[in-house]
Design a protein around this ligand. Structure first.
Ligand SMILES: [Zn+2]
Length: 140
């Protein structure tokens, strides 16, 4: 029986009815970072709290990855089956920019400032059949 496993621990709530990305927010200066860190990137403060990020934001910048990334790029794809994909930064309410893959790779359908929402979907399969769940942004 295959199961679904998150691509990395602590990146988002999983399993969850409504999964959410997880950030750390500094209790001293208020700066949030994703992925969550044990200390603040801005002031080096040690008092950080984990919080769930909103599921919607706006596209801050983006590009299209047109060739297969070098190892350790882990996916089910080979050089023959590789499909270009969009990648971008999405600015979420609360002042966090999150880099992630986009579900859209057509430049005509992407523009800076558009509304995006995070979705959680299979990213690749492990050798044992488990589905590895990652996060993606899609036009909202
Ligand atoms: Zn801080």
């Amino acid at each position: 029986m295959s199961k679904q496993v998150p691509i990395a621990a602590g990146l988002f709530t999983w399993p969850a009815a409504r999964p959410a990305l997880l950030a750390s927010r500094c209790e001293d200066c208020g700066v949030a970072s994703f992925p969550a860190a044990e200390s603040c990137m801005a002031c080096s403060g040690q008092h950080v709290a984990i919080e769930e990020l909103p599921n919607r934001g706006t596209l801050w910048t983006w590009t299209v990855q047109r060739f297969m990334p070098k190892s350790p790029y882990a996916s089910d794809e080979t050089a023959e089956t590789f499909q270009p994909y969009g990648v971008g930064y999405v600015e979420l309410p609360g002042g966090v920019r999150v880099e992630g893959r986009l579900t859209e790779s057509d430049p005509d359908k992407l523009r800076i400032g558009m509304d995006m929402e995070v979705v959680f979907a299979p990213y690749r399969h492990e050798a044992n059949g488990d589905e590895v769940i990652g996060f993606f942004f899609r036009p909202a």
